[in-house]
Design a protein around this ligand. Structure first.
Ligand SMILES: [Cu+2]
Length: 333
């Protein structure tokens, strides 16, 4: 798990008060008042602010983007609308379809309705009998089988995406996620249906969700870096405005000196990488060990925070990945 958090301490145990200790009526009245005050404080924390579970309603499209330079069109997710408890927070996302796709920030206890509209032109996979559906298949959070975002050949029920599938066809497909207690972490979502039953992640249809535990600390910047076989794909999120920027391959990340920032590494593809942020040490999640590099393989993730002290390169130290130029700048000013 990426986060260590202990839910157990929330239970309040007054049993030790039942011993031989004698109280005057005045003392026991004070004690009752104190307990009532404490319980109301705990309750008000749970029902207000960060303690409240939110309902998210999200609409995404999948679109064709630019040519990759070799005649292949890339595909990308675009955020159309995101309402959190009825409040529109769409402006935090890019107005364009981006690779990586939008990073969706959630908190344990939240619920999500997320729908996908297929805006990929018919010309992109003209071959009859091949799925043109796009889907959202998410990792980490809970959902029932109809929200798996896979084809019937995998889930035995439906082609769970938008557009023309092999059998079932929907213009828009909606998924329901239960961001249950215990799901905190950074998780990928990706298409699972386009062209093959593994989807078109390799063409750009991937993004991430960040599930924070209730009351989690905030960071000046969050960087989501996907380790592909030949490039980092990334984005930067401003911790206070939540604006998402710096999309694309091997992006330049920026931070102000002496601020706390957090990196979210997610490995895509099939390589095993050796990630390094030169000149920085960080805690290996769940341990007290300080490390300066991490091995990360397919479908694994690694989340860590550092205080921004000096500019540095983040890079992949595996020889073949290094030769491919997997490196980007972390700019501290
Ligand atoms: Cu997956």
């Amino acid at each position: 798990m990426l986060y260590e958090f202990n839910q157990r301490h929330r239970g309040v145990d007054f049993s030790e008060n039942s011993s031989a200790m004698q109280c005057t009526p005045y003392q026991s009245l004070l004690k009752q008042l104190f307990i009532a005050l404490f319980v109301s404080l705990v309750l008000s924390f749970l029902v207000s602010g960060k303690g409240t579970a939110a309902e998210h309603v999200i609409q995404l499209t999948a679109e064709e983007t630019r040519d990759d330079g070799f005649g292949n069109k890339l595909l990308a997710y675009k955020m159309i609308n995101h309402k959190r408890d009825g409040v529109d927070i769409t402006s935090r996302y890019s107005p364009n379809a981006t690779i990586p796709g939008p990073t969706i920030e959630l908190t344990e206890g939240d619920t999500v309705k997320i729908s996908i509209l297929n805006a990929i032109p018919d010309s992109d996979v003209p071959i009859h009998g091949i799925s043109r559906q796009v889907s959202i298949h998410v990792h980490g959070v809970h959902y029932d089988i109809l929200s798996d975002g896979t084809l019937k050949v995998i889930n035995k029920l439906f082609d769970e995406g938008a557009g023309a599938g092999l059998e079932e066809t929907y213009a828009v497909y909606e998924y329901k996620w239960n961001v249950a207690a215990g799901t905190a972490g950074t998780w990928a979502y990706h298409d699972h249906n386009f062209e093959t039953h593994n989807g078109a992640e390799h063409r750009g249809l991937f993004g991430a969700i960040i599930v924070n535990p209730i009351g989690a600390p905030s960071y000046a910047k969050e960087y989501v870096l996907y380790l592909g076989d030949d490039a980092f794909w990334g984005m930067e999120i401003n911790g206070s405005s939540k604006k998402q920027s710096q999309h694309g391959p091997n992006p330049i990340l920026s931070a102000k000196e002496d601020t706390q920032v957090r990196f979210h590494l997610i490995a895509l593809g099939t390589d095993i990488h050796k990630f390094k942020l030169n000149g920085y040490l960080w805690f290996d999640p769940g341990t007290h060990d300080l490390i300066n590099q991490v091995a990360i393989g397919p479908l694994e993730k690694h989340v860590f925070a550092v205080k921004a002290k000096h500019s540095a390169y983040y890079e992949d130290h595996n020889r073949s990945n290094k030769l491919l130029g997997m490196r980007g700048k972390f700019n501290v000013q």
